[in-house]
Design a protein around this ligand. Structure first.
Ligand SMILES: NC(=O)c1ccc[n+]([C@@H]2O[C@H](COP(=O)([O-])OP(=O)(O)OC[C@H]3O[C@@H](n4cnc5c(N)ncnc54)[C@H](O)[C@@H]3O)[C@@H](O)[C@H]2O)c1
Length: 362
């Protein structure tokens, strides 16, 4: 980690590329674009409206590709349209792509760049909190396929990532809160000192400073550098995600579908009760984190009649081995353990305990 006194901003070095945190570094984009035959900027309607004006002074001439917002467009049809526009814009091996958007644009625009003419360089300019602290780092790119999330994709690193907290000012509050769940997750799995600082935060926009974003990103950097192709240790990042994904899928058709981070916050809370049971995690700390999650997130109670449907989704989790369901749990804050086999009765018990501590109505 280098401090740039001149800019009062920060750089995280992932050896193959850098993450620049703070507005002062935006000038570097101009340098990175030099010598490229065409600059393609992929964005959605919202990021074109709210984020492009902040960075257009650094871009020079560019070819915009604007897509409708939302996960529903993260698919192969849309990639074909993007590739076609790149061909029409005359993009060649010496061109460069800038992905200006949330995780949808980052994953899909990165995938389009990494496969166009066997791969051209791309820069990630994440504009949601989720993309800034999670999706834009680690090299996982891809799209959904036949209803299966992130089923087609590649690993490829960007030329650089620019984390600009100012982008978050226009992000809808619910999206911001959802992304904040990943910030809390990073603190719980990797940085007890960061967790102490986060406990003072009630409004997630307060996290939009280099002082808090840097340690959050550092947790993810360490994890992905130890396991770039997700062979094992990277599974610590699944903390809260085993149940979280099942909640997300189960409640998808409901009127009040959960956003990813909302489901992850609920999944983390239940994983804490499992950690108490299976890992000797302190009950006092579990309740402390649970109370915080309740203050910040809209933790819903899980009606008992929903449990069997949720368990069905859990049994289909890609990460299971045989009949056991694998969880990432905590020995302590900052001390995760991957692949803890948990049986359905233990999950039910954890969800009951979660419900007992949940103030919100069903
Ligand atoms: N590659 C990875 O490692 C990784 C990790 C986590 C998540 N993801 C992926 O990320 C995606 C979710 O990302 P997301 O939560 O950023 O969703 P998103 O990209 O759909 O963005 C959420 C919404 O916010 C809008 N928006 C974005 N930035 C804005 C801004 N600054 N101001 C106003 N509106 C703005 C978007 O238009 C969209 O409507 C999923 O597809 C998920 O699979 C990938």
């Amino acid at each position: 980690l280098h401090r740039s006194d001149e800019h009062q901003s920060l750089i995280i070095d992932l050896s193959q590329y850098q993450i620049y945190i703070g507005t002062a570094f935006l000038d570097r984009i101009r340098q990175l674009l030099q010598g490229h035959t065409a600059v393609i900027v992929i964005m959605d309607d919202n990021t074109q409206k709210f984020c492009l004006p902040l960075i257009s002074p650094c871009l020079g001439d560019f070819h915009p590709i604007v897509i409708p917002p939302g996960e529903a467009h993260k698919n192969l049809d849309r990639c074909q349209k993007i590739w076609s526009e790149m061909v029409q814009a005359g993009a060649d091996r010496h061109s460069i792509v800038i992905n200006l958007g949330g995780g949808v644009i980052g994953d899909m625009g990165g995938f389009c760049a990494a496969t166009y003419m066997r791969g051209i360089p791309f820069i990630q300019l994440p504009t949601t909190l989720l993309a800034q602290v999670d999706a834009s780092i680690g090299g996982k790119l891809g799209i959904d396929f036949q209803g299966l999330k992130n089923y087609i994709g590649v690993f490829a690193n960007p030329s650089a990532v620019f984390v600009v907290p100012d982008f978050l000012k226009s992000l809808p509050e619910r999206q911001l809160r959802s992304g904040y769940a990943e910030v809390v997750k990073h603190a719980l799995i990797g940085d007890p000192a960061l967790w102490k600082k986060l406990k003072q935060i009630i409004n997630p926009i307060e996290v939009a400073t280099p002082e808090l974003l840097v340690p959050t990103l550092e947790v993810k950097r360490k994890v992905v550098q130890s396991d770039p192709f997700e062979k094992g240790p990277r599974q610590v990042l699944n903390f809260g995600h085993t149940l979280g994904h099942a909640y997300e899928s189960f409640y998808m058709p409901a009127d009040e579908a959960l956003l990813h981070g909302e489901a992850i916050a609920m999944g983390m809370a239940a994983a804490l009760f499992l950690s108490v049971k299976k890992m000797n995690f302190s009950l006092e700390k579990c309740i402390d984190v649970m109370d915080y999650l309740q203050k910040v997130f809209n933790l819903r109670k899980i009606p008992s009649e929903d449990l069997s449907g949720i368990l069905n989704f859990l049994k289909r989790d890609k990460k299971n081995v045989g009949n056991t369901i694998n969880f990432t749990l905590l020995h302590d804050i900052g001390k995760p353990r991957i692949r803890v086999a948990v049986d359905p009765a233990e999950i039910e018990e954890a969800v009951v305990r979660y419900n007992d501590h949940c103030r919100n109505a069903e």
